[in-house]
Design a protein around this ligand. Structure first.
Ligand SMILES: [Zn+2]
Length: 68
């Protein structure tokens, strides 16, 4: 689990707060990060999604090689 606000990973061990948003569970390293996310969950959750989509796209580009 990753803190979407500050980007700290492994927060499930030391999470001060957790929140489920759009079916995804998020953990927060501090009350501050939780407050920031709860004010604008879209902003931070979307940022996280864009990041993972980028990785998937890279994988796809490699697999696509040789097809055409
Ligand atoms: Zn944090």
């Amino acid at each position: 689990m990753k803190d979407p606000v500050c980007g700290m990973s492994g927060v499930e061990k030391s999470a001060v707060a957790t929140m489920e948003w759009e079916g995804v569970q998020y953990g927060f390293c501090s009350q501050h990060c939780y407050n920031v996310f709860s004010k604008q969950p879209e902003k931070y959750a979307r940022k996280d999604k864009e990041h993972s989509t980028h990785h998937k796209h890279d994988d796809h580009a490699h697999g696509h090689k040789g097809c055409c």
